[in-house]
Design a protein around this ligand. Sequence first.
Ligand code: NOJ
Length: 803
Amino acid sequence: MRYGYFDDSKREYVITDPRTPVKWINYVGTLAFGGFVDHTGGALICRQDPGLNRITKYIPQLPASEFKGETLYLRLRQGSGWRLFSPFFVPTLDPYERYECHVGLGYTRIVSEFYGIRTEVTIFVPQGDTRAIRDIRVTNVSGQAVEVDAIPVVEYTHPDALMQFTNADWVPQTMQSKLYAEASGLKVLTQYPFMSRETRVNYFTSNYPVSSFESDRRRFLGENEYGSWANPLSLRQAELSDYEALRGDNIAALLHHLGVIQPGETRRIATQLGQEESLAKALPAIQHYRQEEAVDQAFQELQRFWDTYLSRLQVQTPDADMDRMLNVHNPRQCYVTLNWSRYLSLYQLGLGSREMGYRDSAQDILGVLPSAPAEARALLCRLLQVQRQDGSAFHQFNPLTMVASEGDSREREDRPHYYSDDHLWAVLAVTAYLKETGDLAFLEEVLPYHEKDGQGRPLESGTVLDHMQRALAFTRRDCGAHGLPLLGFADWNDPVNLPTGAESLLTANLYGRALLEMIELARQRSDQEAAKAYEATYAEMKQRVSDLAWDGQWYIRYFDADGTPMGSHTNEAGQIYVEGQAWPVLSGFATPERAQMALESVRRLLNTRNGIVLSAPGYDGFDPRKGGVTTYPPGAKENGGIFLHTNPWIIIAETMVGNGDHAFEYYRQINPATRNDRIEEFECEPYVYPQNILGKEHPQFGLARNSWLTGTAAWVYCAATQHILGIQATYAGLRVAPCIPKEWDGFQVSRTFRGATYAITVKNPGHVCGGVKRVCVDGQEISGDVIPAFADGKTHQVEVILG
Ligand code: NOJ
């Protein structure tokens, strides 16, 4: 079974059957204005914040066949009535002759044919703009002239997205719509909750005369809503009721008579859904985007953005699925996670409980550095302002208000209200940013800590370097009975919530990695004293981990408050955890022998054809002492599911022990593009990584969920480009240190780095995994594997011979 194909030349995935197992989505715009569009034209759009300023009402829990947020109806004159259908298949579900949803870079284009009418709708948000455009072309592909009406429809939500669902008293009494009619016959239908009338209005408009409109859902569907979205009774009438809603469920439906369309003829019409402080303020840009050339130009600009973005790193390897992911879809997913963190998707609903995640966004930054360093820096600044004065960090924050919160730990009075890992990820993100850009001045930038006085002024500020130092100092202080870092409410593995006093080996190793970064940075800054101090701390923690955490064949994952190990062969369930094996390698705490053994245990006990499961065996029953992890059945999510985020950590660890064959095997087995031809098991989009796949203990082994917003995107991108292909930004320049499958003859990479382009050819005549024998730059052999940062705007030819 297949639902579509990759069109590599257009950098699209094309869905050809709208009945995908779950909605397959795409993102348009950015967090500043945008959201997601599903493959049947439904859209969830918001401005700056999906929780506090949402525009369209999209309820993912409704059946796939239901209207969600936006659609388009067409009706064809037939005698005294009409044939009504949606070119998006949903919600009318008419039989189609052709259906294509082109999932593009920042746009979705739906091309369909129903009843002799071809409709092509391109949905996008112009760069930096606050409107979503739907560029609609209706072509008569039948042999006969036909009279066509087009009725695009939007359903609004209250901007406070949670309130829409929790308060059916206040919300409907406040929602209002008002029409603004222009002399030309063009119309703008505005919408707002009463209190925002003077400050923030949504608008829906088009560049074609509107003969009538509707803004009340009850009237549009008809008969007190015993009419339906599949069959809105108002569209059986010649005109809509021109009603300006004073309350209730607000929609915007605009009826356009496109007239009689001759065979072969096309009509083009573009709608705009946007938000501004006032209609007056919105009008100039509305008028601008009513011109077809302006729409075309905006679309080209979007394409140019993606051309540039992707041009920074392009690869050519012996594996076509790797190429299509690394050249297009993986960096694109990284940009989406940078924007939306874990805030808004089909699975993360932006309804209050989740916001921007501290650890999530810090890791997302790792995936965009070659292409969007400035955006990464801006997000880093926001993150560091969510750090506490004591060096720990709040777990999440609201992007609009910058109010931070303690995440799920709020729900447990008896537990710590911090996560032991959050603040450490930011150290990794800052150093990765510095290595990419060489912008060491960033370390001196002064940013506030989160605590405020009564007037909302920050109590204290510090340089970026100070923020980093405090992060390390926090973990150094915050240790438990064994001298290992306390778990806090949780570490990276969110739902393992142990009673206060538990210690985390993940945090110990993450701390080790962060210390290595600080040592390297201190040397770079010629601060030998700091380097020495961090080295001593590193050695101390390394000793503790190696004395306490080795279980015989793998590493222990936690110590409970009473000293009981978790992730040990002595446990009944949860004997081995995957992240517990990857991180001692990444931290450098593992000896080579233990690293090998730990990775062999992963292969033997956790690996499956669909990816490496997080832990085994699964916990079979709820256990409040272990927390959320035991709310899942064995094989689901963090309870022994394939939690993909961890897989690239193992890939990196394998490259660190020099095993390029295993690294690539693990890479390929989770590459979603390889599942396109057997998608019935996987179900999610084959063009992005999902967060989780059901593990081998679950009867539905192989079923993916929670696509798009996952740390998998950034980490797989890093694992593949920096560790398998081995192109690494360092303080001194661009390092080339591949660890590839032996059978590869080589590969090519084009990488832009600090203002120069490196055209790299790696040759593998001896069929080895790694080991650089010779590097030539522009025909000259250099010593070592680090190519200098030329910063001269030129392209440099680099040849690397392995052996
Ligand atoms: C998803 C969360 O967004 C992330 O922060 C966490 O580390 C993983 N789940 C693992 O629990």
